[in-house]
Ligand binder design. Structure first.
Ligand code: DX5
Ligand code: ZN
Length: 218
């Protein structure tokens, strides 16, 4: 699978999201949108109305990462609105199979995320329902946290299970991904890289995306 970069807008300026999307423009593959409800994580960001506006403001497909308590209720609506990918958390979903299927039925890719404390092995049987597995490399909630390198073995394990399964499942990493850490993630088997601070903390976000991609492809 080719390397893909999904810049996270979490630490960008929320008052000018259309410009924020344009700043990475064609250099990025996706725009990563962190939806937080102040229940699943201790932070509150944006929800469906903002995602609907953002869909009209950019041609980049939206990679919506739902860090919310009740993804079964909300995830299909993000897919119906036009998000290209909708990711729910293993720790929050009560009916993951139904919800993943509803995401797909609404035309989006179905993502499934694991917090640092969740092992990947218990979810092996769900792989046929998943288009992208997300291994969190920080505790979710905030941008700019240091990369947890104790997650590298889990990325490797996830890669092994995906390869054994044989389908085309993408393996995403999110949290602390930067010029210092992206090569280790790629080497462990990740192919979709979320980067917030490493992109929007830079003076030239598009160039930051290009150089992250070059490093991951090495
Ligand atoms: C954290 C979010 C991430 C975050 C990544 O809960 O899911 O997407 O924005 O930001 P950085 O790359 O700065 O760790
Ligand atoms: Zn995220």
């Amino acid at each position: 699978m080719a390397v893909q970069i999904s810049p996270s807008i979490l630490t960008a300026d929320f008052a000018r999201l259309a410009d924020v999307a344009a700043e990475v423009g064609a250099a990025a593959d996706w725009l990563h949108v962190d939806v937080m409800d102040n229940h699943f994580v201790p932070n509150l960001t944006i929800g469906l109305p903002v995602v609907e506006s953002l869909l009209k403001a950019t041609e980049l497909p939206l990679d919506c990462h739902l860090m919310i308590e009740n993804p079964d209720r909300w995830a299909p609506a993000y897919a119906e609105a036009g998000a290209g990918s909708v990711t729910i958390h293993a720790e929050a979903a009560k009916a993951p199979v139904r919800t993943l299927r509803e995401i797909r039925r609404a035309g989006a890719r179905a993502g499934f995320a694991l917090n640092p404390g969740s092992a990947v092995q218990p979810y092996e049987d769900l792989l046929p329902e998943i288009d992208m597995l997300l291994v969190m490399t920080v505790e979710p909630g905030f941008g700019g946290q240091p990369f947890l390198d104790i997650m590298l073995p889990k990325i490797r394990k996830a890669r092994e299970l995906i390869d054994k399964h044989g389908g085309e499942i993408w393996l995403q990493v999110d949290g602390g991904v930067s010029a210092k850490t992206i090569e280790r993630c790629a080497e462990a088997g990740a192919d979709v890289f979320v980067a917030g601070n490493a992109v929007y903390g830079s003076d030239d976000p598009a160039q930051a995306v290009r150089s992250l991609r070059a490093q991951a492809e090495r």
